[in-house]
Design a protein around this ligand. Structure first.
Ligand code: NAD
Length: 239
């Protein structure tokens, strides 16, 4: 397989999606039927679902927490951490994933644009910051309340909410010369647009995954295969 070359002038922006964690045993979101781990996203991942049935939302995210805690980083997470270690000041990782497998693999300069499973925050915008919370709640009565009286909700960007840190993401994309996109179907916006923004800024754009994403024509290169199989040894650093 041809290597992806990273030159001393390159700044790398990486976008990962559910596919990068698939080989760690975490189910992807199946866009065609709107199911994630067997649940309809409308029932468990939307502001409306939270208003209607917070118990169902917490049951879903508690199950994701339990599953995430027993999963381990796979060779794709490790390959990205290794790439960052070689070019630390020219590397930025943006993940759509809510698991913490990139951190556990050693990635440091990263943001979770769709939130983090290991945190909770007040359901109201009362000004309290998100808190570390890895609890697996047996029922809604166990979920703590904020000092303001609001219930804690998962620190997750529900479908229909605005992703975190968009200005920083836009700035990093505009500075990058190489965009690597791993394991994302190109269905969820605005992330599906990042490749177009990178192309407009003149970057090379490489997709890595077993099937072509919906936005495949925007990539200058497609590396077909499972991320954990094709990513170790994929990058050639020309310093
Ligand atoms: P998606 O589930 O819509 O698409 C998954 C993509 O991964 C597909 O294109 C598939 O071909 C690819 N894929 C499957 N196995 C792969 C492998 N071994 N290596 C590389 N690619 C592989 O994912 P999405 O586009 O990230 O959108 C899902 C949304 O749901 C995200 O916004 C995310 O927040 C959320 N989600 C998160 C997790 C997680 O945190 N692990 C898991 C599922 C869904």
């Amino acid at each position: 397989m041809p290597a992806v070359s990273v030159s001393s002038a390159d700044r790398v922006f990486v976008l990962t999606g559910a596919g990068v964690s698939a080989e760690s045993g975490l189910p992807t979101f199946r866009a065609e039927d709107g199911l994630w781990a067997g649940f309809r996203v409308e029932d468990v991942c939307t502001p409306d679902a939270w208003r209607r049935d917070p118990a169902a939302v917490w049951a879903f995210y508690s199950a994701r927490r339990a599953q995430g805690q027993s999963a381990k980083p796979n060779p794709a997470h490790l390959a990205l951490a290794e790439l960052e270690a070689q070019i630390p000041s020219r590397f930025f990782l943006c993940t759509q994933n809510v698991d913490d497998l990139h951190e556990r693999a050693g990635s440091a300069n990263l943001i979770h644009m769709h939130g983090e499973l290991a945190k909770s925050r007040c359901e109201h915008e009362c000004g309290s910051p998100p808190v570390e919370d890895r609890a697996v709640y047996a029922g809604l009565d166990d979920v703590p309340r904020c000092a303001c009286g609001g219930r804690l909700r998962p620190h997750i960007v529900f479908f229909g909410e605005i992703p975190f840190e968009m200005p920083r993401i836009e700035r990093e994309i505009s500075l990058s010369t190489l965009m690597l996109v791993v394991g994302t179907s190109g269905n969820v916006y605005p992330a599906a647009n990042f490749v177009h923004w990178a192309r407009q800024a003149g970057a090379r754009t490489v997709y890595i995954g077993p099937e072509r994403p919906l936005n495949a024509p925007a990539f200058t290169e497609i590396v077909e295969g499972k991320a954990g199989e094709v990513m170790p040894g994929l990058f050639r650093i020309d310093n």
